[in-house]
Design a protein around this ligand. Structure first.
Ligand code: 87F
Length: 483
């Protein structure tokens, strides 16, 4: 009876399609990914989720180091005068900035912002390091926490007041180098999402309305969440000379001429974990792609009093055999195999290996896939090869499934009424567009909040009219409500 109760307490009580938001809330808690705290919007990232974050960090860190980026650490605090130096870039964000005003009972002579992003503190440093073209490029990244006091309803991982991220900040001698670098980084983000997270992304440029105000242009990778909203995975900005002009980042070029430098900044955060959990999860809980799974294979021994010894011995042997994978042996007493199956399914472990007394005799195991539920009897001698093959197949299958979902949720249309109903039906529209800020303002108003998501690269100018204003279209763009 007790065991039965435990099982019930663990399952998810709604389906992903019937109530996505409740499903998400339950999964992230029951899979032991996060914990709420007394501060609204500030959550605990539990070890199981943190390990996934470490995998993302390792992947991204390796990729940026290949292109010469180094890590460093800049202060958490930003003096008010510095944050306001490039006024334009913070203007819309002011209400979100959290301030330190006192130490003990004494008031500070200048308020200190808790970094909401680090352009200002970093560029105030860069200006000391840049003298001649020989000092360029500067290619630096930092892994840190960020505070933005959001007022919208907080959602764990997806919208939190404190989050973890990386922010890269580079300085170049020419616009061409800046452009090249911003694009290189976008490709790394795309690789991270597609190869590691198995979540396909839409690469493109943000509209003038949606770009970062401090940038000349913003590139992004985007996805569609199961609730039909677009979600931005990462951004890479071409900052032009905007910050170098306000911070005085100047260098003497080969011809002894003074020039303002060209800069990029780019980031992705723990929000990407929310994307991963939401996109791949199912009615039984989390589904993790093998490349990010903290546990890739769980061995569950089927224990009866009489055969306990030999089954556990076999299970331990199997654990050794599978030692090159992230393998866990669940030999806990007091839980039924069924209860353990449910728990590991909730936690999204890609493969379960079951071994009972009959299997020991027959020198075999049963392997069950988390993504498809498919069961297979496998000979003991083949197990290592089989596990490797299955993990590869699961990674690919999750990507293909997510890609299919993404494609099914994008609808091409030239007609504004159709665009409106597409957005209403919680899908993404792909439509010819002029790209004007006024046109986007109007769209947002008429559709109850839809925005342009991004504009794919390398398009031919379509022989079409803008879906909204009827002027000549310049390209096709994605439109949806977004996170
Ligand atoms: C909130 C408060 C103050 C976003 C903010 O995208 C300032 C800001 O500048 C702010 N929220 N931003 C834009 C961040 C731009 C850029 N920074 C480096 C990134 C990626 C990493």
């Amino acid at each position: 009876m007790k065991k039965q109760e435990k099982k019930e307490e663990k399952g998810i009580t709604v389906t992903k399609s019937s109530d996505f938001s409740e499903w998400y809330t339950q999964v992230i808690q029951k899979a032991e990914l996060m914990e709420y705290t007394k501060i609204s919007g500030c959550m605990v990232i539990r070890p199981y989720a943190y390990e996934i974050w470490e995998k993302a960090q390792a992947f991204f860190d390796r990729e940026i180091k290949k292109i010469g980026v180094k890590n460093a650490s800049f202060p958490l605090f930003i003096p008010e005068s510095l944050l306001n130096k490039e006024k334009e870039h913070v203007e819309g964000f002011n209400p979100e900035v959290a301030w330190v005003t006192h130490t003990g009972d004494s008031k500070l002579s200048e308020r200190l912002a808790i970094r909401p992003t680090s352009e200002t503190i970093i560029y105030d440093t860069y200006k000391k390091w840049v003298r001649s073209y020989n000092d360029l490029p500067i290619l630096i990244n930092q892994w840190c926490n960020i505070v933005r006091w959001e007022f919208k309803h907080p959602v764990p991982f997806l919208r939190t007041r404190e989050f973890l991220w990386q922010e890269g900040h580079t300085v170049h001698a020419t616009k061409k180098e800046m452009d090249k670098f911003a694009m290189k980084i976008l490709k790394i983000y795309s690789k991270l999402f597609e190869e590691l997270y198995a979540t396909p992304v839409l690469k493109g440029r943000k509209s003038d309305k949606e770009k970062f105000a401090g940038a000349d242009y913003t590139l992004s990778v985007e996805s569609v969440f199961p609730d039909g909203k677009a979600i931005q995975g990462a951004t890479s900005h071409g900052l032009g000379q905007n910050f170098s002009k306000s911070f005085g980042i100047k260098f003497t070029d080969e011809k002894e001429k003074k020039q303002f430098a060209w800069q990029t900044s780019w980031g992705f955060s723990t929000r990407s974990l929310g994307m991963l959990f939401g996109i791949h999860g199912d009615n039984k809980g989390l589904v993790l792609p093998p490349k990010v799974a903290p546990i890739q294979v769980v061995i569950v021994p089927i224990i009866f009093d009489k055969t306990k010894g030999k089954v556990l011995k076999k299970a331990n042997e199997l654990k050794k055999t599978l030692g090159s994978f992230a393998v866990e042996l669940d030999d806990r007493d007091g839980y039924t195999p069924g209860w353990k199956f449910n728990q590991w399914e909730m936690k999204g472990v890609p493969l379960r290996v079951e071994v009972g007394p009959k299997d020991v005799e027959k020198k075999q195991v049963v392997i069950v896939r988390r993504d498809s539920g498919k069961k297979e009897v496998v000979k003991e001698k083949d197990i290592k090869k089989k596990v490797k093959k299955l993990l590869g197949e699961i990674q690919d299958n999750l990507f293909n499934k997510a890609k299919k979902f993404l494609e099914e949720n994008i609808v091409k249309t030239d007609d504004f009424e159709a665009l409106k109903s597409i957005v209403k039906a919680k899908k993404m529209a792909f439509s010819p567009w002029c790209g004007e800020v006024e046109c986007e303002d109007w769209l947002k108003d008429k559709t109850g909040g839809a925005k342009s998501v991004n504009i794919p690269f390398n398009q031919k100018k379509p022989k079409k009219k803008c879906v909204q204003c009827g002027k000549d279209a310049n390209y096709y763009a994605y439109f949806a409500k977004s996170y």
